[in-house]
Design a protein around this ligand. Structure first.
Ligand code: NI
Length: 137
């Protein structure tokens, strides 16, 4: 367990007003919790930049009728079996499937796999979200 340290920061009054407005809208009860989350976001961004181990979820919508796409998606995941932890598939409607793939690995490798999948013909939209279980989070 790490210890809690109190610290003070100096901020321009207009910037602080704006910050308070934003965090109130988001539902934060106090500045400390909002600042902690911002610091965590910085920390995750650094893990990603430094090519450390991350956990990623790739969410995508693809055309159910695109020939061979389902096979290509499975093939891409099988090739990276050490990285792929789980995948969930939802049949959105007659034409569209939603798939969420959960991955773990070095940030560059997770990104590469996500890019490979997102660039397949018939994948209409998708986003990769990277996070970490890093120390101090
Ligand atoms: Ni489907």
């Amino acid at each position: 367990m790490s210890t809690l340290i109190r610290t003070g920061i100096s901020l321009d009054s207009e910037l602080l007003r704006r910050f308070d407005r934003v965090i109130h809208k988001k539902g934060y009860k106090n500045r400390s919790e909002a600042i902690r989350d911002l610091v965590r976001d910085y920390s995750v961004a650094e893990d990603v930049e430094e090519n450390r181990e991350v956990v990623g979820t790739l969410t995508m919508v693809y055309d159910h009728h695109q020939p061979k796409l389902a096979e290509q998606l499975i093939e891409a995941q099988h090739h990276a079996q050490d990285m792929v932890l789980a995948a969930t598939h939802v049949h959105l409607d007659h034409h569209n499937c939603l798939e969420v793939i959960i991955m773990k690995g070095l940030s560059s490798e997770v990104r590469r796999l996500a890019d490979r999948i997102l660039s397949l013909r018939g994948v209409k939209h998708g986003k990769l979200v990277l996070t970490t279980q890093g120390k101090g989070l």
